[in-house]
Design a protein around this ligand. Structure first.
Ligand code: RFL
Ligand code: PHB
Length: 399
């Protein structure tokens, strides 16, 4: 950085690093409370919208999006789901989310659409966002006046604020900033990935189907009555270029079994990518005036559909803590943010790990561990209490 080029910028109460769903939603909640926040995002809006990720929203997530005033399209176009199917070695078990949780459901609505709704709202509000910011750095977090610097169009900017929030995902700068400040990390990587495909074809079922098969896991999901999202477990070293559409559809059909395979409508993919699976938690989530939120702080394997939902619960907790801080001059909320969020994060980590362990093929598993997988599924088949625990976690633990 050449300090002579540094350009003083207006001061903000909050600088949010990262303009994915966490950063945008926090920006929306703060705007609603009259707290001014700048979003600094490394990529372009189109790049952010091009990432095809989550699809399942918990009721609590829908409630927070409603509170933020971005629920109109979600309510019109989101698909309420009362249950999902588990298919293990050809045996199908329906998890009746509604019946097992006293009437709760989840909503299928793509992360891309949530992000688009939040971006549209932000531009309607005229709230400040910097896209394609390079060399983002965070400083003075141990003082009441931290700052964020970044380069935009060749000019270095320095923005002072009261609070910096790291919403910049797993590979962002925020967590790196505190790596040597007493950050503890807990991690499990899984020896496989998910190969995902998006296609404009009707889904094979009106509910999601999670499949455990000897060739590996598969998931039948959707975005709308005309757009399907499918995943298959693949080798970590695999490359999407090895997977023609035909090869993908053939492998999916083999894993879901003949009954479902007959209903799989194939078509050209409009997106195809491989994602590694990881469980990760950073502790604590607060370092002086820097707070970590969403994927910057934790990662879950996607099997439990929890990543975005967990990011939203962090935002909910931090949003109310920041309202207390700025509007009531109380630091009680921000002092408790880390412990409050981590309590829910660890439970979602447990659920995502247990769903992943139940449904994937682990080449290293001993016959004993394979029997444990089968016993886990047998327990779900025979015990309503076990199904209720799964349902309660899937629809989302209370905020
Ligand atoms: P994001 O979405 O990664 O956004 C972070 C943003 O920060 C920007 N950034 C920076 N900006 C400034 N300076 C820097 N140095 C920066 N470095 C990075 C990035 O460009 C980006 O725009 O994190 P956020 O907002 O915390 O959101 C988290 C969710 O995206 C994630 O948890 C979910 O997508 C996980 N997930 C799912 N979650 C669910 O709740 N339900 C699901 O059904 C579900 N399915 C999934 C998923 C994730 C998947 N993949 C690919 C990992 C399915 C898949 C396949
Ligand atoms: C998705 O539709 O992308 C999706 C659904 C459920 C999951 C993971 C991903 O558990």
């Amino acid at each position: 950085m050449n300090p002579s080029l540094e350009k003083p910028s207006p001061r903000y109460q909050v600088v949010i690093v990262g303009g994915g769903p966490s950063g945008l939603l926090l920006g929306s909640l703060l705007h609603g409370a009259g707290i001014d926040a700048l979003i600094v995002e490394a990529r372009s809006p189109d790049y952010v919208l091009g990432r095809i990720r989550a699809g399942v929203l918990e009721q609590g997530t829908v409630d927070v999006l409603t509170q933020a005033g971005v629920d109109a399209r979600l309510r019109a176009e989101g698909l309420p789901h009362d249950g999902f199917a588990l298919c293990v070695d050809g045996e199908v078990l329906r998890i009746d989310l509604n019946g097992l949780t006293g009437g709760k459901t989840v909503t299928v609505y793509g992360q891309t659409e949530v992000t688009r709704d939040l971006m549209d709202q932000r531009s309607r509000f005229g709230a400040a966002s910097i896209y394609e910011a390079a060399d983002v750095a965070i400083g003075d977090i141990d003082t009441p006046h931290p700052f964020v610097t970044f380069v935009k169009d060749g000019v270095t900017h320095r923005v002072s604020c009261d609070i910096v929030v790291g919403c910049d995902g797993f590979h962002g700068v925020s967590r790196r900033t505190v790596a040597d400040k007493g950050l503890n990390t807990f991690e499990r990587t899984y020896p496989f990935g998910w190969l995902g495909i998006l296609a404009d074809v009707p889904p094979c079922s009106h509910e999601l189907i999670y499949v455990a098969h000897k060739r590996g896991f598969a998931l039948c999901s959707m975005r709308s009555p005309h757009r399907s999202r499918y995943y298959i477990q693949c080798d970590l070293s695999d490359d999407v270029r090895n997977w023609s559409d035909d090869r993908f559809w053939d492998e999916l059909r083999r894993r879901v079994g003949p009954a479902v395979a007959d209903d799989v409508v194939t078509g050209p993919s409009i997106e195809k990518s491989i994602a590694p699976l990881r469980s990760f938690v950073a502790e604590p989530l607060c370092f002086g005036r820097l707070f970590l939120v969403g994927d910057a702080a934790h990662i879950v394997p996607p099997t439990g559909a929890k990543g975005l939902n967990l990011a939203v619960s962090d935002v909910h907790y931090l949003g109310s803590a920041l309202r207390e801080f700025f509007l009531e001059r109380s630091s009680t909320g921000i002092d408790h943010y880390s412990a409050r969020a981590l309590d829910r994060i660890w439970k979602a980590e447990r659920f995502s790990w247990s769903m992943t362990t139940l449904l994937h093929r682990f080449d290293s598993y001993t016959p004993f561990e394979q029997r444990m997988q089968r016993a886990e599924f047998a327990l779900l088949q025979s015990s309503q209490a076990a199904r209720a625990v799964m349902a309660e976690n899937y629809v989302g633990l209370p905020l």
